[in-house]
Ligand binder design. Structure first.
Ligand SMILES: Cc1cc2nc3c(=O)[nH]c(=O)nc-3n(C[C@H](O)[C@H](O)[C@H](O)COP(=O)(O)OP(=O)(O)OC[C@H]3O[C@@H](n4cnc5c(N)ncnc54)[C@H](O)[C@@H]3O)c2cc1C
Length: 303
């Protein structure tokens, strides 16, 4: 793969910036991950369309990254192109109860903006450090709500480079999963429908959720949020703690002492350290409870 050629071809066409052999640890919340051949920090929906078309024409693999807050990029990095949306695709339009936002908008930014317009529904997502696109793919949620409940319409690119609009009744959202992910769609925009409420009341809820997180989560160390999904009827963190895995360490990665469903990067962890720790936690929980934990985080790249 001639990386300089790819950059030379695409640079004049794009508003976004191209990085070659870019360390992915600069783009992930865990601060882990080898280099991507090409990382394109796209700025507009047109940029996204052009990159997909180019990748198809040249048979190059590509993946999409939001803010990298729910991914583990492996140590040998990513072959082909990474389209990074966080930092680009940032438009937000509010008309009455309808909010149309591009997929690169960060959830805390969106939540702040809608609350100032007296719109409620996003305050429980305000402290999640992902983009709107990543949140839709994962059906991000907290405090009893999830983003899927608010969606009216989503605009995506298919892997063939076509733009499609999917209405509410064409979308399916489950616990940390969506039909968008299953169909491998690249989300570029969404329309949400929110409820009017007094801004001070929304703000008070937002502050309360934020405070709870500060107390419970190890936010001072690089992490990717909850590593495991909660199995039916249990909190994964509870099972991990009771299985004696809290504080367990592999290389530079450790099961957080503060919240057992978090793995923190305490000392320059590699993806291998984290994968080994995940395997060890799974084993301990299985031995103790006969329950097979499943990971929530998405593993990308080559090990
Ligand atoms: C401190 C902390 C707290 C967290 N708390 C929560 C929580 O309370 N609830 C919760 O649900 N999650 C939580 N998370 C996890 C994470 O923030 C969410 O899953 C978030 O929605 C991921 O968004 P992202 O933009 O970072 O996605 P990324 O991590 O960049 O990507 C996640 C997956 O989505 C894909 N993807 C990203 N953007 C797009 C797009 N536009 N189109 C198609 N595919 C895309 C990627 O390829 C990848 O497979 C937390 C994470 C951290 C670090």
């Amino acid at each position: 793969m001639d990386l300089e050629r790819i950059a030379a071809d695409l640079e004049p066409e794009l508003k976004g910036k191209i990085f070659l052999r870019e360390p992915m640890k600069n783009h992930t919340a865990w601060r882990v991950g080898g280099a991507a051949d090409v990382l394109i920090a796209v700025k507009t929906k047109r940029d996204v369309g052009l990159v997909i078309k180019y990748a198809m024409e040249h048979q190059l693999p590509y993946i999409v990254l939001g803010n990298g807050s729910n991914v583990l990029v492996l140590d040998k990095g990513i072959r082909g192109i990474v389209l990074k949306l966080a930092g680009g695709l940032r438009e937000i339009n509010i008309a009455g109860q309808r909010v149309i936002a591009e997929a690169g908008v960060r959830l805390p930014v969106l939540a702040q903006k809608v609350y100032q317009h007296g719109l409620s529904g996003l305050e429980y997502l305000a402290a999640i450090p992902g983009t709107l696109g990543g949140a839709l793919i994962m059906n991000a949620g907290a405090h009893g709500g999830c983003i899927g409940q608010l969606v009216k319409k989503v605009t995506c690119f298919t892997s063939q480079g076509e733009t499609i609009n999917l209405e509410e009744d064409q979308l399916k959202f489950g616990y940390r999963q969506s039909s968008l992910a299953q169909e491998k769609l690249l989300v570029v925009e969404a329309e949400l429908f929110l409820q009017p409420e007094e801004p001070n009341i929304i703000k008070a809820r937002m502050d309360k959720y934020q405070e709870e997180r500060m107390k419970k989560q190890p936010l001072n160390l690089p992490n990717a949020g909850s590593v495991f999904v909660n199995p039916p009827g249990y909190a994964a963190g509870y099972l991990i703690e009771k299985a004696g895995a809290k504080g367990l360490r592999k290389g530079g990665a450790q099961v957080s002492e503060k919240h057992a469903n978090f793995i923190v990067n305490v000392d320059n962890a590699s993806a291998r350290d984290i994968l080994e720790l995940i395997a060890c936690v799974k084993e301990k929980v299985y031995e103790t409870f006969n329950i097979q934990l499943e990971t929530e985080i998405k593993v990308l790249g080559e090990g």
